[in-house]
Design a protein around this ligand. Structure first.
Ligand code: CA
Length: 228
């Protein structure tokens, strides 16, 4: 699974160096050059980790971090600080950052911290769900059986696997590639279009109005999110 990282850094040179470094290490990277853009992108929610400089034009990294946490985001945040005094503030203010690095730092140190944080993120994957209810839908993955409004709904094997995957990762944004690799395990001739088709079948079977889904939501340009 490719981890998506948002890098919020206003120094163009450093931003370029770090994004090159992260890209060459196999991460997907998006950048923002000021606090407001960073916050807006972070709110899109499609990131596993945010690397956040403290001193930014617009909103400071501390403010961005605090706003994200207040809004209930649990995304991993690594703060970049210029001086140790600011480290004290970051820690003292309990902004909710998970880790911090003081500039200047060694790129390998940044990569080590990023890897450690992401390991933690991926380890927190939810436990297996056996039964689940949302709206008027009741799912029993053990039997397996699905009911909607008390009526039995027939799901194909992959539909059921996809539904389970979405439910087990509920409230997380899942990219099509992520879904493809985890549910289909990259079988030959399978493309992200397959994911879209199966999502649409699930919606037709489980949503009250497949055109305006309430549970299996599209995150534009990224993928899907299950919202119970
Ligand atoms: Ca800065």
């Amino acid at each position: 699974m490719n981890s998506r990282i948002l890098l919020v850094e206003d120094e163009p040179g450093l931003s370029l160096t770090l994004s090159d470094l992260l890209l060459s290490s196999g991460y997907e990277v998006e950048t923002a050059g000021d606090g407001n853009t960073g916050l807006a992108k972070a709110r899109g929610g499609a990131f596993h980790l945010i690397i956040l400089d403290v001193m930014l034009p617009g909103r400071s990294g501390i403010e961005v971090c605090r706003e994200l946490r207040q809004a209930g985001s649990d995304v991993a945040i690594l703060m970049l600080t210029a001086r140790t005094q600011i480290v004290d503030r970051v820690v003292g203010l309990r902004t909710g950052a998970d880790d911090y690095l003081t500039k200047p730092f060694d790129p390998s140190e940044l990569l080590a911290r990023v890897e450690a944080l992401l390991r933690r993120v991926h380890k927190e994957n939810p436990i297996k769900v056996l039964k689940f209810e949302f709206g008027t839908v009741k799912v029993d993955f053990e039997r397996p059986e699905v009911f909607r409004d008390g009526q039995h709904i027939s799901l194909a094997g992959k539909e059921l696997q996809l539904l389970r995957y979405l439910i087990e990762h509920r409230e997380h944004v899942l990219t099509r590639d992520q879904i493809l690799s985890d549910v289909w395990e990259y079988q030959a001739n399978i493309t992200t279009r397959t994911v879209d088709v199966h999502v649409s079948w699930l919606r037709q079977k489980l949503e009250e109005n497949a055109q305006f889904p309430r549970y299996i939501l599209t995150v534009r340009g990224v993928g899907y999110r299950f919202q119970p």
